[in-house]
Design a protein around this ligand. Sequence first.
Ligand code: ZN
Length: 432
Amino acid sequence: MADTFEKKLSSAVDAVIPKANAFFKDIEKRTKDGPGVTRPPYLEGEQIGHDMVAEWAGELDLETSIDAAGNMYMVYPGEDRDASVAMTGSHMDTVPKGGNYDGAAGVIAGLAALDGFRRAEITPKRDVVLMAIRAEEAGSWFTGKHGGHMGSRAALGMYMDNELETAIHLGTKTSLGEAMANAGFDPDKVANEPPHLKPERIASYTELHIEQGPVLQTEGHPIGIVTGIRGNRRLKQGKVLGEYTHSGAVPQHYRHDAVLAAAEFINRLEKEGLDLIDQGRDLVFSSGIFHTDADVNTLSKVSGQLDFTLDMRSMDVSALDEMQKIVTGIAHDIAEKRGVTFDISDFAAVAPSPMHGDERAKLHEGAKALGIDAIDVASGGGHDAAEFERMGVPASMIFVRNDRGSHNPDEAMDIADFALGVRLLAWKLAMA
Ligand SMILES: [Zn+2]
């Protein structure tokens, strides 16, 4: 490792790690829910997280403010206070009964980096702004029409018309706007005033997050530098409509069996998808919901309806286009052959977000200077960083090895790996 700055920074960060570890243990205890933790957006669990973060920020004398959507900003002054800022952050909410590190690790890493700056008397080139983001786990907490990542999209002014009304919070059974208002924030201001963040004032956004897949663990590296965030093509309300008939009386060839049609559909889709993967295309896909109506169906009925979802993700938008075409083709073919109808009309698309090339290169440079073993990885899950990148902010992500996936209580992050991630984040924020 190069002498002087990197050494000074690394030991300053290492001195803060026990405090970060104590924070993880404390927030876990305070938001425990069965085997995992639950920190619902705009409700008590998330607020506990924000209060704990504010307390640490207060000890560091950071300039703290909160926007109309409840996101919190903590500023550490840099050399040039007029320059565009270096941002970092992540979210404090979790999925129901989720893991302790998904989201919180990024905010705590930011606090630990700034605490390290304070201890070692390091002044970054620009102001560093740490953002504790609200409601990132929107996919688990909101139904109705919405674009996800509620906190960062509010801050960046990315809401669709009426999204504050059409997004329904599953925990409060109210609209997003009402959930925000009940938590003490100002949805009218979110709807009617200019967004809090101005992309042209942000030099970069760097987010640390646990890896949500097994790549770093399997390949034996503590740190990943994210190449990009997969986009998706999703069918939220697919249906196969056949005909309910007597399961004994009707000859097999006269039936329009929704279950058998759906089974053929999903098998053929898997085969075609695997062919694309074998050709080297980036692709993952699943059907998380796949069921008949237990209130209507019985053991002795041929099934007349099957409801299903599709979630297809890729870094490559042409692979998603191709899969959607395959879905349509197979559905058409099976519909003709079996006399059933497929409803696959509500496909929604999110474009892939490659992370910023210069920012990734900077992270690799930092890892090298700090002697940290880091490799490129793709992100399968969505993150706030993608929203920043979409708005033209150069964005990048640092992944920390994590043994057992995320969105579950078994997330397992080694605090020594976390310390390496914080060193790299701190280096990036100081140099940005
Ligand atoms: Zn997350």
